[in-house]
Ligand binder design. Structure first.
Ligand code: NAP
Length: 308
């Protein structure tokens, strides 16, 4: 199988790269890892070198997915069977002032990948988000629920989903949420804040499913070996608030002396509106596959033990 991964230096991209290279005895593949610029090329190369992951079956190249001709050259040059799109404009608040830039990556970039995937008959794996939903309900969202984003980021991601479904038959759209892996994320931010503060005030009225990039990468690598095309939700099992998540992070870090206090969304205003209840149902994952995904607590424990 020939696999091309975009955004390979992002949190999910690194986890997918590790999952594939860790599985190299299990199935035969050639891997093209793409990053958006030379600096990311260097840092991904160094990371792979340090971790002993450089392998003759994996190469790294630069690719800006906003550029249709660059996408065409890369995909026709490598001829992947599967494209895993881990690229995205992910700065949720920034998107409010830069919606066009967000759409260039999250919609046009995805459309470019889908159009060329169609030409070369490749399967596209595209990652989407719980933020395509408005979060006004109280029941976990299923794959069939209609997106109704409340932020520029959510709108750009919903348009990306549409670019895929309008163009391709063979795709996996996987919606995930509250992702943490190697890179900037909520878990690391809370750990770092706890080093300088005795009290942390954290929003308790936004509920979602914290998801480890490692678990999501495992699910992606599972799905690409099937023909179960369509939309999927892929999150760690269970749900919680940012506040409860922070309490669990502090407990696992042995930092019980840090006081974590609940606050409301109104008390912590952000540029982008966030859904109050964006829990994604994993029911399809459980009923239609034999894939086992960890609960958010188990996955968080593993992540934190690997950090220290
Ligand atoms: N993070 C979350 O909490 C979360 C929640 C739900 C869904 N998701 C979705 O999950 C996926 C992975 O997210 P993540 O957290 O791994 O994101 P991330 O760490 O921000 O990585 C995104 C990657 O996209 C690359 N990229 C940006 N613009 C690009 C362009 N024009 N061409 C090519 N690559 C470009 C960046 O490359 P460089 O580093 O080289 O610039 C970066 O490595 C995304 O689709 C995101 O929307 C994330």
């Amino acid at each position: 199988m020939r696999i091309l991964v975009t955004g390979a230096k992002g949190q999910l991209g690194i986890a997918v790269m590790r999952e594939l290279l860790g599985k190299k005895q299990d199935f035969d593949f050639r891997l093209m890892l793409t990053v958006s610029n030379d600096a990311s090329w260097n840092s991904l190369y160094n990371l792979m070198k340090e971790d002993g992951l450089l392998d003759e079956r994996a190469e790294i190249t630069t690719l800006d997915i906003r550029d249709y001709y660059a996408v065409k050259a890369a995909l026709f040059g490598f001829l992947p069977d599967v494209i895993i799109n881990c690229s995205a404009y992910t700065a949720v608040d920034d998107c409010e002032d830069h919606e066009e830039e967000a759409r260039a990556v999250n919609e046009t970039g995805v459309k470019n990948l889908a159009l060329v995937a169609k030409e070369i008959d490749a399967v596209l794996v595209h990652i989407s988000t719980d933020y395509v939903f408005d979060g006004s309900g109280a029941v976990p969202y299923t794959e069939g629920d209609k997106p109704n984003p409340v932020s520029a980021y959510g709108r750009s991601k919903a348009l990306g989903e549409k670019a895929v479904t309008d163009t391709l038959d063979r795709y996996f759209i996987i919606r995930t949420a509250w992702l943490y892996g190697e890179g900037k994320n909520f878990v690391k931010t809370m750990i770092s804040l706890s080093e300088k503060n005795k009290t942390l005030r954290v929003v308790s009225d936004q509920i979602g499913s914290p998801t480890s990039a490692v678990e999501l990468a495992r699910f992606i690598v599972y799905l690409i070996q099937t023909d179960k095309y369509g939309i999927w939700h892929g999150v760690c099992d269970g749900s919680t608030s940012w506040y409860e998540l922070t309490k669990e992070i502090m407990r696992l870090m042995g930092k019980e002396e840090v006081e974590v206090l609940p606050i409301t969304t109104e008390e912590y205003p952000t540029k982008a509106k966030r859904p109050h209840f964006s829990v994604l149902s994993n029911e399809k994952l459980h009923s239609e596959t034999d894939f086992k995904i960890k609960s958010w607590k188990e996955a968080l424990k593993e992540y934190i033990s690997n950090l220290s």
